[in-house]
Design a binder for this molecule. Sequence first.
Ligand SMILES: Nc1ncnc2c1ncn2[C@@H]1O[C@H](COP(=O)(O)OP(=O)(O)OP(=O)(O)O)[C@@H](O)[C@H]1O
Length: 231
Amino acid sequence: MLEVSGVDVSHGRAQVLFGVDLSVPAGSLVCVMGRNGVGKTTLLDTVMGTLTPRAGSVVLDGEDITRLPTHLRVRRGMAYVPQGHAAFPQLTVWENLQVALEATTHRDRSAVDDSLDVFPALRSFLKRPAGFLSGGQRQQLAIARALITRPRLLLLDEPTEGVQPSVIDEIENAVERLHGEAGMTVLLVEQYLDFALRLADSFIVLDAGEVVHSGTSADLHDEGVRRMLSV
Ligand SMILES: Nc1ncnc2c1ncn2[C@@H]1O[C@H](COP(=O)(O)OP(=O)(O)OP(=O)(O)O)[C@@H](O)[C@H]1O
């Protein structure tokens, strides 16, 4: 479904990614791992089109989208949940979901219900401003907002960061259902190894902007790989 080949990406003059390859087959859940600052978010930004690579390509369903604007990638079925639980803090949960719906091309109101079915706990907080939610609730809202576009490929950047353990389980179950039952393709950036191990079919490990390891989740148990992830 998604093929990233040989991308070099810079922030200003500083090159952050060096010849990165990544393959995300349709229906799979692929995890990008690595220590802080190795370029994981930069890779997701490149896939989503908020950054353009200096070299290499991004191909979705056989179409070269390397220079396609982000909003057209959304129309092709991609959705991005960035780090930091993106939501409008002054708007209620319900209003945040409505804004997401207004931004879709389908405008199908049942998409709001469907995404609330993925995170039923949010139904108790529909009238609460997003700024008054816990970190975990905000993360659920951020994912629910992305789901309203009815994506085929969901990009998640560290969904467990700043989230209390009980809600991590709820998020894990939701992602598992989206992937397992609904067949959604997921590209996950995650440093929480156990979460990644339980969910991912395959993974890549980045270090200083290069892919230093890739394989199936079984390989993640390997001691050498664990060492690459430890701080
Ligand atoms: N907008 C930016 N301008 C300049 N440098 C940046 C920018 N964003 C990120 N960087 C730098 O690029 C490098 C990679 O950052 P990136 O956020 O992709 O890493 P990461 O692996 O996602 O880290 P983390 O786990 O901490 O989010 C870091 O050295 C970071 O300081």
